[in-house]
Ligand binder design. Structure first.
Ligand code: DGY
Length: 334
Protein backbone atom coordinates (compact mmCIF):
# COMPACT_ATOMS: atom_id res chain seq x y z
CA UNK A 1 0.00 0.00 0.00
CA UNK A 2 1.32 3.46 -0.87
CA UNK A 3 1.10 6.48 1.41
CA UNK A 4 -0.69 8.45 -1.31
CA UNK A 5 -4.33 7.83 -2.13
CA UNK A 6 -4.39 5.83 -5.32
CA UNK A 7 -8.15 5.71 -5.83
CA UNK A 8 -10.70 8.46 -5.40
CA UNK A 9 -14.36 7.41 -5.23
CA UNK A 10 -16.63 10.43 -5.49
CA UNK A 11 -19.44 8.51 -3.77
CA UNK A 12 -19.23 6.06 -0.87
CA UNK A 13 -22.28 4.02 -2.01
CA UNK A 14 -23.16 3.61 1.66
CA UNK A 15 -26.94 3.19 1.29
CA UNK A 16 -26.56 0.81 -1.66
CA UNK A 17 -24.04 -1.17 0.39
CA UNK A 18 -26.62 -1.52 3.17
CA UNK A 19 -29.17 -2.78 0.63
CA UNK A 20 -26.59 -5.16 -0.84
CA UNK A 21 -25.58 -6.38 2.62
CA UNK A 22 -21.89 -5.73 1.94
CA UNK A 23 -19.52 -2.85 1.31
CA UNK A 24 -19.68 -2.43 -2.47
CA UNK A 25 -16.38 -0.54 -2.45
CA UNK A 26 -14.50 -3.25 -0.54
CA UNK A 27 -12.76 -4.65 -3.67
CA UNK A 28 -11.17 -1.19 -3.99
CA UNK A 29 -10.56 -0.56 -0.28
CA UNK A 30 -8.89 -3.98 0.13
CA UNK A 31 -6.39 -3.37 -2.64
CA UNK A 32 -5.73 0.34 -2.82
CA UNK A 33 -5.38 3.38 -0.68
CA UNK A 34 -8.93 4.51 -1.30
CA UNK A 35 -10.12 8.06 -0.61
CA UNK A 36 -13.92 8.35 -0.57
CA UNK A 37 -16.11 11.46 -0.66
CA UNK A 38 -18.09 11.16 2.55
CA UNK A 39 -20.44 14.14 2.62
CA UNK A 40 -24.13 14.12 1.76
CA UNK A 41 -23.63 17.06 -0.60
CA UNK A 42 -21.74 16.55 -3.86
CA UNK A 43 -18.18 17.87 -4.17
CA UNK A 44 -17.77 21.19 -5.98
CA UNK A 45 -15.32 21.01 -8.92
CA UNK A 46 -12.37 22.38 -6.88
CA UNK A 47 -12.89 19.81 -4.12
CA UNK A 48 -13.25 17.08 -6.72
CA UNK A 49 -10.05 18.15 -8.42
CA UNK A 50 -8.06 18.31 -5.19
CA UNK A 51 -9.14 14.81 -4.17
CA UNK A 52 -8.72 13.34 -7.65
CA UNK A 53 -5.29 14.94 -8.20
CA UNK A 54 -3.12 12.17 -6.67
CA UNK A 55 -5.33 9.30 -7.85
CA UNK A 56 -4.48 6.59 -10.34
CA UNK A 57 -8.07 5.39 -10.37
CA UNK A 58 -11.26 7.43 -10.26
CA UNK A 59 -14.78 6.17 -9.54
CA UNK A 60 -17.30 8.84 -10.48
CA UNK A 61 -20.98 9.55 -11.04
CA UNK A 62 -22.69 10.99 -14.12
CA UNK A 63 -22.93 14.35 -12.33
CA UNK A 64 -19.14 14.62 -11.91
CA UNK A 65 -17.57 16.64 -14.69
CA UNK A 66 -14.42 14.82 -15.77
CA UNK A 67 -13.23 17.31 -18.37
CA UNK A 68 -9.85 18.02 -19.89
CA UNK A 69 -8.96 20.37 -17.05
CA UNK A 70 -9.66 17.67 -14.45
CA UNK A 71 -7.80 15.03 -16.43
CA UNK A 72 -4.78 17.33 -16.79
CA UNK A 73 -4.86 17.96 -13.04
CA UNK A 74 -4.43 14.22 -12.38
CA UNK A 75 -0.96 13.29 -13.68
CA UNK A 76 -1.11 9.68 -12.40
CA UNK A 77 -4.61 8.85 -13.59
CA UNK A 78 -4.79 5.52 -15.47
CA UNK A 79 -8.39 4.42 -15.12
CA UNK A 80 -11.74 6.19 -14.79
CA UNK A 81 -14.90 4.26 -14.01
CA UNK A 82 -18.33 5.85 -14.14
CA UNK A 83 -21.41 4.60 -12.34
CA UNK A 84 -23.43 5.18 -15.53
CA UNK A 85 -23.80 3.96 -19.08
CA UNK A 86 -23.61 7.54 -20.40
CA UNK A 87 -20.12 9.01 -20.58
CA UNK A 88 -21.02 12.47 -21.86
CA UNK A 89 -19.70 13.95 -18.59
CA UNK A 90 -16.22 12.59 -19.36
CA UNK A 91 -13.90 14.06 -21.98
CA UNK A 92 -13.32 10.75 -23.77
CA UNK A 93 -10.93 12.28 -26.27
CA UNK A 94 -8.72 13.77 -23.55
CA UNK A 95 -8.79 10.48 -21.60
CA UNK A 96 -8.00 8.41 -24.69
CA UNK A 97 -5.16 10.76 -25.71
CA UNK A 98 -3.62 10.22 -22.29
CA UNK A 99 -4.11 6.44 -22.52
CA UNK A 100 -6.59 6.49 -19.63
CA UNK A 101 -9.17 3.69 -19.71
CA UNK A 102 -12.79 4.75 -19.20
CA UNK A 103 -15.31 2.21 -17.90
CA UNK A 104 -19.10 2.48 -17.90
CA UNK A 105 -22.12 0.34 -17.02
CA UNK A 106 -24.13 -0.67 -20.10
CA UNK A 107 -26.26 -3.79 -20.17
CA UNK A 108 -27.12 -4.08 -16.49
CA UNK A 109 -29.53 -1.13 -16.64
CA UNK A 110 -31.17 -1.79 -20.02
CA UNK A 111 -34.45 -3.35 -18.90
CA UNK A 112 -34.84 -1.10 -15.85
CA UNK A 113 -34.42 2.05 -17.93
CA UNK A 114 -36.81 0.73 -20.57
CA UNK A 115 -39.35 0.13 -17.77
CA UNK A 116 -39.14 3.77 -16.71
CA UNK A 117 -39.48 4.98 -20.31
CA UNK A 118 -42.64 2.90 -20.53
CA UNK A 119 -43.88 4.12 -17.17
CA UNK A 120 -43.51 7.73 -18.38
CA UNK A 121 -45.18 6.85 -21.68
CA UNK A 122 -48.17 5.34 -19.92
CA UNK A 123 -48.33 8.08 -17.30
CA UNK A 124 -48.21 10.85 -19.90
CA UNK A 125 -50.68 9.08 -22.22
CA UNK A 126 -53.19 8.34 -19.45
CA UNK A 127 -52.60 11.56 -17.47
CA UNK A 128 -51.68 9.67 -14.32
CA UNK A 129 -49.80 12.59 -12.75
CA UNK A 130 -52.60 15.10 -13.35
CA UNK A 131 -55.24 12.71 -12.05
CA UNK A 132 -53.22 11.82 -8.97
CA UNK A 133 -52.58 15.51 -8.16
CA UNK A 134 -56.32 16.23 -8.56
CA UNK A 135 -57.21 13.56 -6.03
CA UNK A 136 -54.45 14.60 -3.60
CA UNK A 137 -55.61 18.20 -3.72
CA UNK A 138 -59.00 16.94 -2.47
CA UNK A 139 -60.77 18.07 -5.62
CA UNK A 140 -62.50 14.73 -6.24
CA UNK A 141 -64.03 14.62 -2.76
CA UNK A 142 -67.56 15.92 -2.87
CA UNK A 143 -67.54 15.90 -6.68
CA UNK A 144 -68.63 13.22 -9.14
CA UNK A 145 -67.29 10.50 -11.36
CA UNK A 146 -67.13 12.39 -14.64
CA UNK A 147 -67.38 10.68 -18.03
CA UNK A 148 -64.72 12.91 -19.54
CA UNK A 149 -62.40 13.39 -16.57
CA UNK A 150 -58.74 12.93 -17.47
CA UNK A 151 -59.47 11.23 -20.76
CA UNK A 152 -56.15 10.40 -22.39
CA UNK A 153 -54.69 8.48 -25.28
CA UNK A 154 -54.73 4.74 -25.99
CA UNK A 155 -51.42 3.01 -26.59
CA UNK A 156 -52.91 0.05 -28.42
CA UNK A 157 -53.26 0.72 -32.13
CA UNK A 158 -51.07 3.83 -31.91
CA UNK A 159 -47.57 4.35 -33.33
CA UNK A 160 -44.41 4.69 -31.26
CA UNK A 161 -41.29 6.19 -32.83
CA UNK A 162 -38.04 5.21 -31.12
CA UNK A 163 -35.06 7.50 -31.60
CA UNK A 164 -31.95 5.40 -31.03
CA UNK A 165 -32.06 1.63 -31.48
CA UNK A 166 -29.38 0.54 -29.03
CA UNK A 167 -30.16 -1.94 -26.25
CA UNK A 168 -32.51 0.41 -24.35
CA UNK A 169 -34.37 1.50 -27.50
CA UNK A 170 -34.79 -2.17 -28.45
CA UNK A 171 -36.03 -3.04 -24.95
CA UNK A 172 -38.65 -0.28 -25.29
CA UNK A 173 -39.62 -1.69 -28.71
CA UNK A 174 -40.25 -5.13 -27.13
CA UNK A 175 -42.51 -3.58 -24.51
CA UNK A 176 -44.33 -1.55 -27.16
CA UNK A 177 -45.04 -4.65 -29.24
CA UNK A 178 -46.66 -6.26 -26.20
CA UNK A 179 -48.89 -3.21 -25.79
CA UNK A 180 -50.11 -3.40 -29.39
CA UNK A 181 -48.22 -0.39 -30.68
CA UNK A 182 -46.82 -0.17 -34.19
CA UNK A 183 -43.12 0.57 -33.77
CA UNK A 184 -40.98 2.85 -35.95
CA UNK A 185 -37.29 3.42 -35.35
CA UNK A 186 -34.43 5.67 -36.32
CA UNK A 187 -30.79 5.35 -35.42
CA UNK A 188 -27.71 7.22 -36.57
CA UNK A 189 -26.15 3.97 -37.81
CA UNK A 190 -29.28 2.84 -39.68
CA UNK A 191 -29.48 -0.29 -37.49
CA UNK A 192 -32.23 -2.74 -38.43
CA UNK A 193 -34.26 -4.28 -35.62
CA UNK A 194 -36.87 -7.03 -36.19
CA UNK A 195 -40.40 -5.73 -35.71
CA UNK A 196 -39.27 -2.11 -35.98
CA UNK A 197 -39.80 -0.22 -39.24
CA UNK A 198 -36.79 1.98 -39.92
CA UNK A 199 -37.53 5.51 -41.13
CA UNK A 200 -35.70 8.79 -41.61
CA UNK A 201 -36.08 11.02 -38.55
CA UNK A 202 -38.49 13.60 -40.09
CA UNK A 203 -40.82 10.81 -41.27
CA UNK A 204 -40.67 9.06 -37.91
CA UNK A 205 -41.58 12.30 -36.15
CA UNK A 206 -44.44 12.97 -38.56
CA UNK A 207 -45.95 9.46 -38.22
CA UNK A 208 -45.60 8.79 -34.49
CA UNK A 209 -48.24 9.32 -31.81
CA UNK A 210 -45.55 8.71 -29.19
CA UNK A 211 -41.83 9.34 -29.48
CA UNK A 212 -39.25 7.95 -27.06
CA UNK A 213 -35.62 9.12 -27.06
CA UNK A 214 -32.76 6.63 -26.55
CA UNK A 215 -29.66 8.07 -28.20
CA UNK A 216 -26.50 8.94 -26.28
CA UNK A 217 -25.64 12.61 -25.87
CA UNK A 218 -22.80 13.49 -28.24
CA UNK A 219 -21.92 16.45 -30.46
CA UNK A 220 -24.16 14.96 -33.19
CA UNK A 221 -27.20 14.50 -30.96
CA UNK A 222 -27.06 17.65 -28.84
CA UNK A 223 -30.24 19.60 -29.66
CA UNK A 224 -31.38 16.84 -32.07
CA UNK A 225 -34.98 17.58 -31.13
CA UNK A 226 -34.94 21.33 -31.68
CA UNK A 227 -37.88 23.62 -32.53
CA UNK A 228 -37.87 22.43 -36.13
CA UNK A 229 -37.90 18.74 -35.22
CA UNK A 230 -40.59 19.24 -32.56
CA UNK A 231 -42.73 21.07 -35.16
CA UNK A 232 -42.46 17.94 -37.35
CA UNK A 233 -44.16 15.86 -34.64
CA UNK A 234 -47.85 15.02 -34.98
CA UNK A 235 -50.18 17.52 -33.30
CA UNK A 236 -51.04 16.12 -29.88
CA UNK A 237 -48.12 13.67 -29.86
CA UNK A 238 -46.37 12.64 -26.64
CA UNK A 239 -42.59 12.88 -26.20
CA UNK A 240 -40.66 10.78 -23.67
CA UNK A 241 -36.98 11.31 -22.87
CA UNK A 242 -35.02 9.03 -20.56
CA UNK A 243 -31.67 9.52 -22.35
CA UNK A 244 -30.11 12.95 -21.75
CA UNK A 245 -31.72 16.37 -21.43
CA UNK A 246 -29.32 18.01 -23.88
CA UNK A 247 -30.86 16.06 -26.77
CA UNK A 248 -34.08 18.10 -26.57
CA UNK A 249 -34.30 21.89 -26.76
CA UNK A 250 -36.21 22.57 -23.52
CA UNK A 251 -37.28 26.10 -24.49
CA UNK A 252 -38.73 24.78 -27.75
CA UNK A 253 -40.36 21.93 -25.82
CA UNK A 254 -42.01 24.36 -23.40
CA UNK A 255 -43.26 26.38 -26.38
CA UNK A 256 -44.67 23.23 -28.02
CA UNK A 257 -46.57 22.39 -24.82
CA UNK A 258 -47.75 25.97 -24.35
CA UNK A 259 -49.10 26.18 -27.90
CA UNK A 260 -50.81 22.79 -27.51
CA UNK A 261 -48.82 21.31 -30.40
CA UNK A 262 -47.59 18.51 -28.14
CA UNK A 263 -50.14 16.63 -26.06
CA UNK A 264 -47.87 15.69 -23.16
CA UNK A 265 -44.29 14.87 -22.25
CA UNK A 266 -42.59 12.41 -19.92
CA UNK A 267 -39.08 13.50 -18.96
CA UNK A 268 -36.56 11.84 -16.67
CA UNK A 269 -33.60 13.95 -17.80
CA UNK A 270 -32.88 17.66 -18.05
CA UNK A 271 -30.27 19.86 -19.69
CA UNK A 272 -29.11 21.00 -16.24
CA UNK A 273 -29.38 18.55 -13.37
CA UNK A 274 -30.68 18.81 -10.74
CA UNK A 275 -33.45 20.73 -12.54
CA UNK A 276 -34.08 24.18 -11.05
CA UNK A 277 -37.09 24.66 -8.77
CA UNK A 278 -38.45 27.17 -11.29
CA UNK A 279 -37.71 25.07 -14.37
CA UNK A 280 -40.00 26.25 -17.23
CA UNK A 281 -41.45 22.77 -17.74
CA UNK A 282 -42.78 22.62 -14.16
CA UNK A 283 -45.72 24.83 -15.10
CA UNK A 284 -47.29 22.18 -17.34
CA UNK A 285 -49.64 19.68 -15.69
CA UNK A 286 -49.26 17.46 -18.77
CA UNK A 287 -45.51 17.14 -18.18
CA UNK A 288 -44.68 14.02 -16.16
CA UNK A 289 -41.28 14.78 -14.66
CA UNK A 290 -38.94 12.50 -12.69
CA UNK A 291 -35.45 13.23 -11.30
CA UNK A 292 -33.22 11.03 -13.51
CA UNK A 293 -34.32 7.71 -12.03
CA UNK A 294 -34.19 5.58 -15.20
CA UNK A 295 -31.87 2.97 -13.71
CA UNK A 296 -33.16 3.34 -10.15
CA UNK A 297 -34.18 -0.13 -9.09
CA UNK A 298 -32.36 -1.68 -6.14
CA UNK A 299 -31.06 -4.65 -8.09
CA UNK A 300 -29.89 -2.57 -11.05
CA UNK A 301 -28.17 0.07 -8.95
CA UNK A 302 -26.30 -2.67 -7.08
CA UNK A 303 -25.29 -4.30 -10.37
CA UNK A 304 -24.13 -0.90 -11.67
CA UNK A 305 -21.98 -0.43 -8.56
CA UNK A 306 -20.48 -3.92 -8.93
CA UNK A 307 -19.71 -3.35 -12.60
CA UNK A 308 -18.24 0.11 -11.98
CA UNK A 309 -15.97 -1.33 -9.27
CA UNK A 310 -15.01 -4.33 -11.45
CA UNK A 311 -14.13 -1.94 -14.28
CA UNK A 312 -11.86 0.09 -12.03
CA UNK A 313 -10.18 -2.95 -10.51
CA UNK A 314 -9.50 -4.34 -14.01
CA UNK A 315 -8.21 -1.00 -15.28
CA UNK A 316 -5.85 -0.56 -12.32
CA UNK A 317 -4.63 -4.14 -12.63
CA UNK A 318 -3.81 -3.54 -16.30
CA UNK A 319 -6.55 -5.84 -17.59
CA UNK A 320 -9.32 -5.18 -20.11
CA UNK A 321 -12.25 -3.55 -18.34
CA UNK A 322 -15.44 -5.68 -18.51
CA UNK A 323 -17.12 -2.61 -20.05
CA UNK A 324 -14.88 -0.03 -21.59
CA UNK A 325 -16.03 3.13 -23.39
CA UNK A 326 -12.65 3.65 -25.11
CA UNK A 327 -11.43 0.13 -25.98
CA UNK A 328 -8.93 1.67 -28.38
CA UNK A 329 -6.73 2.50 -25.39
CA UNK A 330 -3.98 -0.07 -25.16
CA UNK A 331 -4.09 -1.85 -21.82
CA UNK A 332 -0.76 -1.56 -20.01
CA UNK A 333 -0.09 -4.37 -17.57
CA UNK A 334 1.41 -3.41 -14.23
C1 DGY B 1 -26.82 6.32 -17.08
O1 DGY B 1 -26.33 5.34 -16.50
O2 DGY B 1 -26.19 6.95 -17.92
C2 DGY B 1 -28.22 6.70 -16.73
O3 DGY B 1 -28.57 7.91 -17.27
C3 DGY B 1 -28.42 6.72 -15.24
O4 DGY B 1 -28.36 5.49 -14.74
Amino acid sequence: MTSNPRVFASHGMESLSVLAGRDLLSPLRERWDCRVWEHARRPVPEEFKALAHPAEGLLCLLTDRVDQDLIQACPRLRAISSFSVGVDHIDLVAATDRGILVGNTPGVLTETTADLAFALLLAAARRVGEASDFLRRGEWAGGHWEIDAFVGKDLHGATLGIIGLGPIGQAVARRAQGFGLRVLGWSRSGREVPGVRGLALPELLAESDFVSVHVALAAETRGLLDARALAQMKPGAVLVNTARGGIVDEVALANALRSGHLGAVGLDVFAQEPAAGDHPLLEFPNAVLTPHIGSASIGTRIRMAELAVDNLVAGLDGHRMPQCANPEVVVKRN
